[in-house]
Design a protein around this ligand. Sequence first.
Ligand code: ADP
Ligand code: GLC
Length: 486
Amino acid sequence: MEVLSVASEIYPLIKTGGLADVAGALPAALVESGVTMRTLLPGYPAVVGRIAGGREVARFDDLFGVTGRLIAGRVEGLDLIVLDAPALYDRPGNPYMGPEGWDWPDNWKRFAALSWVASELGLGLVEGYRPQVIHAHDWQAGLVPAYVKFGPSATLKTVMTVHNMAFQGTFGADIFSQLRLPLHAFSVEGVEYYGGVGYLKAGVECADVVTTVSPSYADEIRTPAFGMGLEGLLNNRSGTVFGVLNGIDMQAWNPATDPALKRNYSAGTIQGRTDNKWAVLEAFGLDVLDGPLFAVVSRLTWQKGIDLLAANIDMLVAQGGQLAVLGSGDAELENAIRAASLRHPGKVGLITGYNEALSHLMQGGADVMMVPSRFEPCGLTQLYALRYGSIPLVSRVGGLNDTVIDANVAALQAEVATGVQFAPPDEQALANAIRRVFELYKDQKSWKKMQRRGMKSDVSWASSAAHYAQIYASLTGMTLNDDPDS
Ligand code: ADP
Ligand code: GLC
């Protein structure tokens, strides 16, 4: 089975968040089920530089008014098809914004072009390549299901995965005439959304199957509090909406071999983490103390509950804890953490910017990894934390709810706890959870047991990749490798 994945970022070439990790890890995880996944990716500078030795497989003289070409090749074990269209993608900054932090004004065109090209590939644009399914990720690929639905193919199937309802790609109605869609696509059954054009809405409406990245989030987004306007639509098609939990790349994130760690370790040699903790303290300019080291690796935004954290830092320090924060985002939240680091020198540290290696070291050295999100479709940091024996302290929402077993009395007695959860996501509940962490930390024997349990929990892609494969199979009527009838 051939599946074309369409994503706006992919690890290790270009990453702003968890979508890149997922897009980068899923293809390898699907191999076992007999699914070949290629990924269509915009030709950002970081991508074009890596695919230079690839093969040109198509050319476009008029790609929404610009020229472009497709280059196919294998990079870092990934089968890529890169849309090299310099007028659209050859720009500084991250995939969506310029260096000043503003969205590119032609994002509608940049990602319409990507989606249109995907649908052309699905129709057999490149000789010898014809995917049966196109798997579109997030609003940037949201128009793919619309191009397919309003296009000529009766057999091509689409899966739309929503990684975050908060980002929907909505634009004015004026762009519609340039989208290369028939007039009747500007309707409730198509791309029309509150009088404008909604890319994610189009994907959710037009795809054969909609998935999101955890079972809890799949339930939450059917409600107004989390659906962000799309809950009605999701409820209308609830038989074809599934929650498929993300996994992690078990090779890239392996404490026994991770080159970013000061000291490698496994569940049996967990004391080796201490060297990593010291390295983290040093990196953040923090004192060497006995208390627990809390860490945050995150976008610093309202979604991630960073304000809830900021409100609790004085209390965390008063109890003898330390805090290391790696991230960037809203200036106000960054400033709140920075102010705390100035109030508590040697106890609280902030490093801004994006640093993949440091994020690994923090997973390998922190005692507690905090993810106090207001909503979290899946969340990967808590999965990395489990794998690295860092105790996750998380809010009880979305994928955080599905992946961490709270250390309540029953779970401790049954010896199944892997972390600490709190609800609702507010300051007070987080304060209570932090206090609970200090209590648990006092009993080092049971703390270590909890760490080891986390390290043994299955955070791999195995079962979820099989779930995606099953979805593709049900859409195409094809059989899978592990199907006993095949
Ligand atoms: P989201 O995609 O909503 O940001 P996830 O938890 O799914 O949240 O994924 C975040 C990913 O980005 C993780 O791989 C995390 O380690 C990484 N990350 C976030 N901020 C940073 C940073 N400042 N430096 C390095 N990695 C980061
Ligand atoms: C989004 C979500 C995050 C999820 C990631 C990958 O960025 O915010 O929860 O883990 O996508 O699916």
